[in-house]
Design a protein around this ligand. Structure first.
Ligand SMILES: O=C(CO)[C@H](O)[C@H](O)COP(=O)(O)O
Ligand SMILES: [Fe+2]
Length: 217
């Protein structure tokens, strides 16, 4: 079954606990946490303190998406705060192999994120070492942007490598996911759909989650 990871970027931060409980009760599989530093992306969001604060609220895995420069410097802080998956951008990681192993050594699942304009080949050397690939289907930085369909061919390319030598790797997409784009992604091999505005802009979060999941069948 397709997994759904609501992005709290589009939640009401004044009611964050209730928002997280609503999507958990509505059938979410992960809670997606967008960390932005105002350097790697032109927006500033949340840090380890917020991850630590939401950790006791939910039993769902916390899927932490680091959109920051020098992500290796912050692995321990996010691991200690309670992250279950930490994903770093290939574009921000000079020593990607070292950073991935630092995440794993911290006892956390390691993900690698790739921007829409970054070629699939960047993933090839490290695919077997990681737990998750997060394909950006928008340029990172903001919720509510339009899906970039060109990324689908890249997902299909990496899926061939996955079938060849890395069948354990989960594929996730992030950005512009709704009932229409969800199906395009799962048809290309995606296992986990991040959705922010398509879930938190709807009054009934359970219906929103179910509608996206049902659209992929
Ligand atoms: O990483 C992100 C933005 O950089 C968010 O996870 C993503 O944008 C989710 O928002 P939406 O579903 O509204 O596009
Ligand atoms: Fe994200």
């Amino acid at each position: 079954m397709t997994k759904i990871a609501p992005s709290i970027l589009s939640a009401d931060f004044a009611r964050l606990k209730e928002e997280i409980l609503e999507v958990e009760q509505g059938g979410a599989d992960y809670i997606h946490v967008d960390v932005m530093d105002g350097h790697f992306v032109p927006n500033i969001t949340i840090g380890p303190l917020v991850v630590e604060a939401i950790r006791p609220i939910t039993s769902l895995p916390l899927d932490v998406h680091l959109m920051i420069e020098n992500p290796a410097d912050y692995i321990d802080a996010f691991a200690k705060a309670g992250a279950d998956i930490i994903s770093v951008h290939v574009e921000a990681s000079v020593h990607l192999h070292r950073t991935i192993h630092a995440i794993k050594n911290a006892g956390v699942k390691a993900g690698v994120v790739i921007n829409p304009a970054t070629p699939a080949e960047m993933l090839y050397p490290i695919l077997k070492d990681i737990d998750l690939v997060l394909f950006m289907t928008v340029n990172p930085g903001f919720g509510g942007q339009a899906f970039i369909a060109d990324v689908l061919s890249k997902i299909k390319q990496v899926d061939k490598w996955r079938q060849d030598f890395a069948p354990h790797v989960e594929f996730e997409v992030d950005g512009g996911i709704n009932q229409t784009t969800a199906k395009l992604c799962t048809d290309a091999g995606v296992d986990v759909l991040v959705a922010g505005s398509a879930i938190f802009n709807e009054k009934n979060r359970e219906n929103a989650i179910q509608n996206i999941r049902n659209a992929t069948k």
